[in-house]
Every structure is written in C-alpha cells, then in structure tokens.
Design a protein around this ligand. Structure first.
Ligand SMILES: Nc1ncnc2c1ncn2[C@@H]1O[C@H](COP(=O)(O)OP(=O)(O)OP(=O)(O)O)[C@@H](O)[C@H]1O
Length: 274
C-alpha cells in the first residue's frame, strides 16, 4: 500500500459539519408490495459543532433518519446535505457508532482504531503516533493489544468512538451507543463523550430514547412523533456547559426533562395504540 505523510492533526481541530435534512421521506415496500412510509417530510439543520439528540418512542424512525444521513438508506423523497454536498452513499466525512459495537473482532484495539488511517494510506509512524494519542485520550492505551472480546462494554464503546473520530469526520452519528451498558458505565461514557466533544467540536447527531441522556448531552433535542415519523418539537437545551451527571439532580434539569416528557408521552401512547 502506498504510504503518504500527513501533517500532525491536533486533537482540537475544528471540522466543519453542517448537516441539512430537507423534506426527507423514507418508505419501505414489504413482500406484498405494500408501501410503508416510515418518516415523512422531515426538515432540520444541524449547525457545525453542535450536539443534537433525536429522541422519540420506539419505531418512530430515529435510526432510519440517522442511517439516511449516514448514506446507508436512500431517501424516497428529499435530500441530505453534509457541508453542502448531497449524501448519496456512506463516506469518511460521517463517522458512525452503533449500539452494537462496531469493532472488527479479529483485530486488536490498536488495529481497529488504526484501520481508517491505513485505508487512507497514512504512513506507519504517523499512524502509530495518532492511534497512541487517541487511545490515551480515552484511557485505552494500556489495552491496545487486547481483542474486542477481552474488553468490557464501556471499553468497546470507547474504542468505537475513537475509531470513528480518528478519521476526522465532519459529523459523528451515534445510534443509542450506550443503551447496552449498565447505568454506572453509561454515566461515565456520557461524561467522557461530552469532554471529547468539547475538545473536538465535531457535530454530533445522537439517537436515544432516554430523556435524561438527551437533556444531559444535547444542545437541542428533536422530539420525533409517530405515524409516520416526523419532527414534533425542536427543544433548545440552554443548560450551561460543561455539564456533569450531578446536574441531572438540579431543578433546571428536572424542569426541562418534564417538558420533554410531556411532549414525548403523547407520542409514546400513540405508538402503543398501533
Ligand atoms: N429496512 C427496513 N425495511 C422495512 N422496514 C424497516 C426497515 N428499517 C426500519 N423499518 C421500519 O421502520 C420503522 C422505524 O424503524 P427505526 O428503527 O428507524 O425506528 P426507531 O425510532 O429507531 O426505533 P427504536 O427506538 O426501537 O430503535 C419500524 O417500523 C421499522 O420496522
């Protein structure tokens, strides 16, 4: 593989990361040729460097919207623009972290994180320097030679996050990345993600159905409604940063969470009716 030298990339590099979702509709056709409109006429813009949560009841289409931004699903109508370029397929400008760990099981932590840099043809010495820097950032350098099955769930997700971030994506797409973790590990991961995001200033679009998680992490919460999936409310979270788990106990936090709960409760009931 041809190797090229690159300039050192500081951890604090500011990427662009403007995401525009314009009149997005996604339909799936089942075996009997019935057309199911999963999300309809979705419009929103995510400003560069902001952290937006997509929140809604199960089945409202959160993952479908995220997968369309990732380029895994093609819009039936409408379009997605990332940094003013139309999304037609997956690309290195969009990093993805799934609920189920996206690490390659036959590669070590180091090799998993290094993978994208190898594909780009970055020189070995530079790869080693960058991977060490990123693994140190999430406290995984000492586990660099471990395989994924030798790691805890939290460690796997830390590795998955730096695996995505090391490629300097304009936007990081996260689909319920902490939902499989126990409560304590989830809280640690939420705090770590906020710290990393403050460093990197990458745009983050984060899917969750956990209200507390959305209020803690997001600059904005896009609450989705059902039948078909749509944006029901766009709620700005004006809580000061940096935020910490303890903030979830403050009156301001509880008040915002109640407001979000009231919005989402109606949709959850609707989703249970069908
Ligand atoms: N590839 C597909 N083919 C057919 N139907 C699909 C496909 N992907 C998703 N759906 C349907 O679209 C709807 C929305 O699914 P989606 O996973 O986007 O919702 P969600 O809000 O992320 O749900 P959850 O919170 O449970 O993960 C569901 O009814 C699902 O069955």
């Amino acid at each position: 593989m041809q190797e090229i030298a690159v300039e050192s990339q500081p951890l604090t590099q500011l990427t662009y990361g403007l995401v525009e979702v314009q009149d997005l509709s996604v339909c799936f056709t089942d075996k009997s040729q019935n057309i199911n409109t999963v999300v309809d006429k979705i419009n929103f813009t995510v400003e560069p460097g902001s952290f937006v949560c997509l929140l809604g009841p199960s089945g409202c289409g959160k993952s479908t919207v995220l997968n369309t931004i990732a380029g895994f699903i093609k819009p039936t109508k409408g379009k997605i623009l990332v940094d003013e370029q139309a999304v037609t397929k997956p690309g290195a400008d969009r990093g993805f972290v799934f609920q189920q760990y996206s690490l390659l099981p036959w590669k070590t932590v180091f090799q998993n994180v290094e993978f994208g840099l190898r594909i780009k043809g970055i020189a070995k010495a530079k790869r080693q320097e960058l991977v060490a820097e990123y693994l140190n950032r999430v406290g995984l350098y000492n586990r660099r030679d471990s395989f994924p099955h030798q790691l805890s769930g939290g460690m796997k997700q830390r590795a998955s996050i730096v695996r995505a971030l090391i490629n300097s994506p304009s936007v990081l797409l996260m689909d319920e990345p902490f939902s499989a973790l126990d409560a304590q590990t989830r809280h640690m991961m939420q705090e770590l993600l906020m710290e990393i995001w403050q460093d990197f200033k990458t745009t983050v679009i984060f899917v969750t159905h956990d209200i507390e998680e959305a209020v803690l992490l997001g600059d904005r919460i896009l609450v989705m409604g059902v039948n078909p999936g749509h944006i029901k409310e766009d709620i700005a979270i004006d809580l000061k940063r940096p935020r910490h788990i303890d903030d979830t106990l403050t009156p301001e936090f509880i008040q915002i969470s109640r407001q979000v709960l009231a919005t989402i409760r109606e949709e959850t009931l609707k989703s249970m009716e069908c």
